[in-house]
Design a binder for this molecule. Structure first.
Ligand code: SF4
Length: 433
């Protein structure tokens, strides 16, 4: 979500005359888009701000802005930690960036603007400068009403809010007209899409409508909450040929005690039931997930239950996080915080198990034929014939990266590739005629 916000802000900055520079020393304006999901990300943002203080001392005309989740949460308090900051704005003020910059320059004063109500969200439809010419992110909803006890999203992104379907469909039709082949629908809990809209629509119905858009070849979505992952959604995934059968379904813990304490509203058995329901209908489905290690009061037995769930489900890949206390969240005040040394040890054990499973899952694809959307290529110098052969790179429907050789005119196309080799994080193959 943050990366897509950055694309949006880049587009807005370009519109008001800024050009992007990869060289921080050359920049007249530096905008830090912050994330506060993990403590580490927050520490990194503040240490970057610390370094910028020195840069600004050497270049007084330099202006520094802070936006994103930390800005939304901290507002003016950012200034007490970093008085050299000129602009602070929240997650719901992105569309106001041109006006905020104008005000900052005209008044030569610091500008702080944090909206906290969703009525003022008009950020969709503004210019977006996308990172990738083939795959695009499309926000369908934002915010969350679930209040998992470790998560800052409801505090920094607000309550759940769905974007009208006609706006989403118009954006995707426009992307198709501009040559985009794949869209990833973004939301903090896409499964609850449609709640609160005047129009009667839910996420499966939205998927079915997007599947009809000509030119778009693939549809992905993230993130799904297991409690809202329904049979109706699985039916839609199975029925819509463009919807990839790769599901990111965070489980967070395999212990019912911890899941309850996290306020996740499902048990480990219910999670596994959802996985089985998906695989019964779509046997080739691939599942990735998020897991938190070292949540308060996690004991060895809870951790073992997490490992058992991982072995049972056989995820394609896992995003593994060490629990860190976040401001405003309930779990930040829980007793029985797990010592870092134990968290780290558990993290390493879990990673080793998942790395083995990921390698095995990839190995099982050797010899199979996979549909790959080719995204990029790099010229190979084969016997001095540089430019004819390319190392092409793309993704399977299960979102696995595949590399193979072929001509550059295949970039942006869907091709069948025979998998010849599996590595832990990618596959190698031969493009079929
Ligand atoms: S469902 Fe996801 S976004 Fe919402 S509170 Fe829980 S972890 Fe955060």
């Amino acid at each position: 979500m943050n990366e897509h916000d950055s694309e949006r802000m880049r587009g807005l900055l370009r519109k008001v005359g800024y050009t992007l520079t990869p060289d921080e020393a050359e920049a007249d304006f530096i905008l830090i888009n912050t994330c506060s999901i993990r403590e580490k990300a927050e520490q990194k943002a503040f240490s970057h701000l610390g370094r910028l203080k020195l840069r600004k001392a050497k270049k007084p005309g330099l202006r520094i802005g802070v936006c994103g989740c930390i800005a939304q949460r901290e507002g003016e308090r950012i200034i007490s930690r970093a008085p050299h900051v000129d602009l602070v704005f929240g997650t719901k003020n992105i569309h106001r960036l041109p006006q905020l910059i104008e005000k900052m320059i005209k008044t030569k004063r610091r500008v702080i603007e944090i909206y906290d109500d969703r009525e003022r969200w008009q950020q969709f439809g503004c210019e977006i400068e996308r990172d990738n010419p083939i795959r695009a992110w499309v926000t369908i909803m934002q915010g969350c009403n679930n209040y998992c006890t470790y998560c800052v999203v409801p505090y920094v992104r607000g309550s759940e809010w769905s974007r009208p379907a006609q706006e989403i469909l118009a954006e995707i039709k426009d992307l198709a007209a501009n040559g985009y082949k794949e869209v990833t629908l973004l939301g903090h809990n896409v499964n609850s899409y449609g709640r609160g809209l005047d129009q009667e629509i839910n996420f499966p119905a939205l998927l079915r409508a997007i599947d009809q858009i000509e030119g778009i070849e693939r549809i992905r979505f993230t993130t799904s909450h297991p409690k809202d992952f329904s049979e109706e959604l699985v039916e839609a995934i199975a029925d819509c040929p463009k919807v990839c059968e790769h599901i990111h379904l965070p489980f967070q813990s395999g212990s019912d005690k911890i899941l309850k304490s996290m306020n996740r509203n499902y048990t480990a058995a219910e999670y596994i039931d959802k996985v089985n329901m998906l695989r019964a209908k779509i046997p080739q489905a691939g599942i990735t997930s998020d897991v938190i290690v070292g949540f308060p009061a996690e004991e060895e037995e809870d951790f073992q239950q997490t490992l058992r769930l991982i072995e049972e489900v056989q995820f394609e890949g896992l995003f593994t996080f060490l629990y860190s206390r976040r401001p405003q969240t309930a779990a930040g005040n829980f007793a029985q915080q797990v010592p870092n040394s134990i968290k780290q040890k558990r993290f390493e054990i879990l990673l080793e198990i998942q790395n083995r499973i990921s390698s095995e899952r990839n190995e099982s694809l050797v010899g199979t034929q996979q549909e790959v959307l080719i995204e990029e290529g790099k010229a190979l110098d084969v016997d001095g014939t540089s430019g004819r052969e390319y190392l092409l790179r793309g993704r399977t429907r299960l979102n696995k990266i595949v590399e193979f050789t072929g001509p550059p005119d295949q970039i942006g196309k869907l091709r069948q590739v025979k998998i010849t080799k599996a590595n832990r994080f990618n596959l190698e193959g031969i493009m079929l005629p």
